[in-house]
Design a protein around this ligand. Sequence first.
Ligand code: RTP
Ligand code: MG
Length: 145
Amino acid sequence: EPTTASTTERSLVLVKPDGVRRGLTGTILARIEAKGYRIVALQQCEATEAELAAHYAEHEGKPFYPPLLEFMASGPLVAVVIEGERCIEGFRSLAGTTDPTTAAPGTIRGDLGRDWGLKVQQNLVHGSDSPESAAHEIGIWFPSL
Ligand code: RTP
Ligand code: MG
């Protein structure tokens, strides 16, 4: 890996409704800032069905899609745009793998996630998985950016 090339990126992070409900927004934002990422924009909102359908379009038709959308509409979430060196891959590494039960210690999901049985969607955070999805998702939650 080259250490000289600089690739500043933006990524769209969501603190999902379980994170907000459990009072973990500040803890999660502190981990993001401690990593060195800059918070560019931030808002708490109750997601509309249109926002969620656009955000999770890639998962439409999958068995977990309806419960995922129901969960994401179950309370306020916090949408954040972060910026930093390769922060798309970096934030996903910080978040940990999808299932909090097996996410590594040291990650947000591994340290703070709980085993909710079948409800693997309750995994505290979302992070964009590519520059293309970051641009798409930032447009959904922050159309003015
Ligand atoms: P995210 O998009 O939220 O950052 O999470 P991810 O990339 O790790 O996971 P992805 O495959 O994109 O799935 C999106 C979200 O759907 C829920 N999910 N439930 N089998 C299931 O019940 C299942 N699989 C995925 C999770 O909330 C996951 O984060
Ligand atoms: Mg994903």
